[in-house]
Each structure stands twice: as structure tokens, then as C-alpha cells.
Design a protein around this ligand. Structure first.
Ligand code: NDP
Length: 241
């Protein structure tokens, strides 16, 4: 029986590439999204996957959404916590709203999404959780105190939950992409982006498909001995210890 994979923010950017890769790997794929129904419908059609709209920063919507995915496809075997946002600004000028929103969507979502699936995974003795963090959660970034805090929090979550679930066949890992060619990076001003690329030893932005291949491994049966890890994929821009 095909395993079920749920990818948050799985309809655009890195998440779309992950949905495509997992579908090609033989998973039944459910992709969640926030509100861009046009992109979601196009992805559903293109990849032949199911798409579901809810806000990952809302606990009740996550519980309801996961229940719907489970009713449609079966219990979730693989959860990819990919959905994320940025609300940049220097900290000394940052409105609390920007802090709250990024922590809610990028970090609290890990609780809201993972809590409803983890007991079932433990009971069934199998599960794969993959959290998409960021280079900026590893090294910090000017203008992204909120985002860096949320993304670093994801790494702590990964390490702690991995230890709690290690004996239950459930692995928990993170992937930390550097700058990847998606809409999120397209929003960065051109002169800033040029400087960023100049600081990437590989000499280019990463591709969403490259991140998806790493997720594909972590989501596979073969990755059972890898848990609590953070895979750094940033073209050598920052080599985390
Ligand atoms: P995009 O902005 O291209 O896509 C974001 C996806 O997440 C969309 O499907 C969007 O849905 C969904 N989403 C956003 N907010 C919510 C929400 N509240 N509830 C449900 N879904 C939501 O992002 P990327 O592909 O660039 O980034 C994906 C992940 O990778 C993020 O966690 C990001 O922080 C991380 N990352 C990205 C890097 C990059 O260079 N791009 C670098 C390092 C990390 P909708 O289409 O409806 O808006």
C-alpha cells in the first residue's frame, strides 16, 4: 500500500517540488496551502495530487485539515512541515505583529501540525517528519530576527522530538536550505540578491528540486537510522558545525 505524505505549503516553490518528488516516489500526496487557490489547483492538476486549504498557524484548522486528509487518503505516514513566511524589518523598528505572525506560521505550526499525527505514527511504529528550516535559522540574518528565531526553534524542536520518538520507528529531521530560486527569494530587491549570490561559493541560487531530493531521502524507509539531523544545503554559503 502506498504511504501517505502531507506537505504543508506544498503547492508552490520548494513545497511544490517536494510534492512532485514524493508523488514520483510512489506516495499518495496531500498538499496544503494558505489561499492561492489558482496556484493550488494548477499544481493539483499538473501533479495529480490532492490539495487542501488551511492556515498552518491555526490549531483548529490544522486538526480539521489533517482529519480530512486522513479520511480521504489514510493516516499520514510522512509529514513535511514546509509552509513558511517572512515579515522582514530591523528589530529595533519591528512591530509586534510581524514577530507574532512569523512565530505563529513558521514555528507554532510545527506543534499544530505534528501533534495530531504523532500519536498515530508512534502507535503504528512508523513515521517520518521533515521540517524545512533555513540557513538564517543557523547563522542569523539582519532584518530577520523573527524569522531566524522561528527557524532556529524548528531545529530545537527537531532534535528534541527525534529523541522522544527514536524507539518508535518515527524519525524527525530538518533540512536547512540556503537561498533557493522561489517566489520568496524573488521578493528580495535585485541589488540585495546580487550581493547574496556573490556570497554563495557555488555561484548560484539553489533549485527547489535539489531540496526535494533531500526530503525524498529523509521520507524514505532507508532513512531509518537518521534522526535529529539538520541537513545543510546552501552551496557552502554557511558551513554549520
Ligand atoms: P513560497 O512563498 O514560494 O511558497 C510558500 C508556500 O507555503 C505556498 O504554498 C503558500 O500557500 C504556503 N503557505 C504560506 N503561509 C501558509 C499558511 N499560513 N498556511 C498554509 N500554507 C501556507 O515559499 P518557498 O517555497 O520559498 O519556501 C518554503 C519553505 O522553505 C519556507 O518554510 C521557507 O521559510 C523555507 N526556506 C526558503 C528558502 C528560499 O530561498 N526560498 C530558503 C530557506 C528556507 P499559498 O500559495 O496559498 O500562498
Amino acid at each position: 500500500m502506498a504511504r501517505v505524505a502531507l506537505v504543508t505549503g506544498g503547492t508552490r516553490g520548494i513545497g511544490k517540488a517536494i510534492s512532485a518528488r514524493l508523488k514520483a516516489d510512489g506516495f499518495k500526496v496531500a498538499a496544503n496551502y494558505a489561499g492561492n487557490s489558482e496556484a493550488a489547483d494548477a499544481t493539483a492538476k499538473e501533479l495529480g495530487i490532492s490539495v487542501y486549504k488551511w492556515d498552518v498557524g491555526d490549531a483548529a484548522q490544522c486538526a480539521e485539515g489533517i482529519a480530512k486528509v486522513t479520511a480521504d487518503l489514510g493516516p499520514v505516514d510522512v509529514l513535511v512541515n514546509n509552509a513558511g513566511i517572512t515579515k522582514d524589518g530591523l528589530f529595533h523598528k519591528m512591530a509586534q505583529e510581524k514577530w507574532d505572525e512569523v512565530i505563529r506560521v513558521d514555528l507554532s505550526s510545527l506543534f499544530y501540525m505534528t501533534r495530531p499525527v504523532i500519536e498515530g505514527m508512534r502507535e503504528r511504529g512508523y513515521g517520518r517528519i521533515v521540517n524545512i528550516t533555513s540557513i538564517n535559522g543557523q547563522k542569523g540574518q539582519v532584518g530577520q530576527v523573527n524569522y531566524s528565531a522561528a527557524k532556529a526553534g524548528m531545529i530545537g524542536f527537531t532534535k528534541a522530538l527525534a529523541q522522544e520518538c527514536a524507539s518508535k520507528g518515527v524519525t524527525v529531521n530538518a533540512v536547512a536550505p540556503g537561498y533557493i530560486d522561489t517566489d520568496m527569494v524573488a521578493a528580495v530587491p535585485e541589488d540585495v540578491l546580487k550581493k547574496i549570490i556573490a556570497g554563495i561559493p557555488v555561484g548560484r541560487l539553489g533549485k527547489a528540486e535539489e531540496i526535494a531530493h533531500a526530503v525524498s531521502f529523509l521520507a524514505s524507509d532507508n532513512a531509518g537510522f537518521m534522526t535529529g539531523a539538520t541537513l545543510t544545503m546552501n552551496g557552502a554559503q554557511y558551513i554549520a558545525g
